[in-house]
Design a binder for this molecule. Structure first.
Ligand SMILES: [Fe+2]
Length: 251
């Protein structure tokens, strides 16, 4: 089975469209949360995401936009964007967003795999460093956990004695690229496909991944998209300028 992994789209429709038109054929799509927040196309991105299937976990920005989460934990810019998003959402999309499940979720055909937003231990936890990854790797019963939230593409692994991390290194800064990462037997993994709509690893290109459950290969992708249009939409919506400029920096 080929699983398309999308995370942290953050209402960036240009980035999402580029990913979908570059993605190889897939059997199911799993969305790891933060569909909205920051970007200027929340309804369009929700509708496109809903059309991709039924596998979702909720992100903290999805909760914030629906009022399910206190905005006091958000920085002022993220808080403003959450309130703006709430005003834009159609009643149907708001209700749909509110009904998204908390991770981990599983898919029947993929028994040893789970999907979360932050970590299997806490949906809002950031797994940024190898140190952050050790506990979730050791306590989770799944062999492979796909996660998002940090907007950093890559993965962590452990064999219970030694833990390692991997970040894809690409050759260019503006071309379409992909990189295969085979998962080895006997190891546990935490894998982040990266952020579609607001990467933070210094690479502005939209990120996603595809997992082949038979060969157990994760293919990481980076795709250029119409950055200028996404920025214009943010400025036209009177969202904070920083939300537009950061997209170009990939931070
Ligand atoms: Fe996010």
């Amino acid at each position: 089975m080929h699983v398309l992994l999308l995370s942290d789209i953050h209402a960036n429709r240009e980035a999402l469209e580029s990913c979908l038109s570059s993605a190889p054929p897939f059997d199911i799509a799993v969305n790891l949360g933060d569909i909205v927040g920051y970007g200027a196309s929340p309804n369009e991105v929700i509708e496109r995401s809903r059309g991709l299937g039924k596998f979702f976990v909720r992100g903290n920005h999805d909760k914030a936009a629906t009022g399910m989460m206190d905005l006091k934990d958000f920085n002022p810019i993220a808080g403003l964007a959450a309130l703006w998003t709430r005003e834009q959402l159609t009643p149907d999309n708001l209700q749909w967003l509110r009904g998204l499940p908390r991770g981990p979720i599983q898919v029947d055909e993929l028994p040893s795999i789970q999907f979360v937003h932050g970590s299997p231990v806490d949906e809002d936890e950031y797994v940024v460093t190898l140190r952050d990854a050790v506990e979730p790797l050791l306590v989770s019963s799944a062999q492979v956990t796909f996660f998002g939230h940090t907007h950093l593409q890559g993965c962590f692994s452990t064999n219970h004695t030694v833990s390692e991390f991997f970040r894809p290194e690409y050759k260019t800064v503006g071309q379409k690229e992909k990189l295969e990462f085979p998962l080895r037997g006997g190891l546990r993994y935490l894998v982040n496909p990266g952020s579609v709509g607001q990467p933070r690893d210094g690479d502005w290109r939209a990120a996603f991944a595809v997992f082949d459950s038979e060969s157990r290969i994760v293919t990481f992708h980076r795709i250029p998209y119409n950055l200028k249009r996404a920025q214009e939409r943010i400025l036209e919506a009177n969202l904070p300028q920083r939300l537009a400029t950061r997209l170009a920096a990939g931070r």
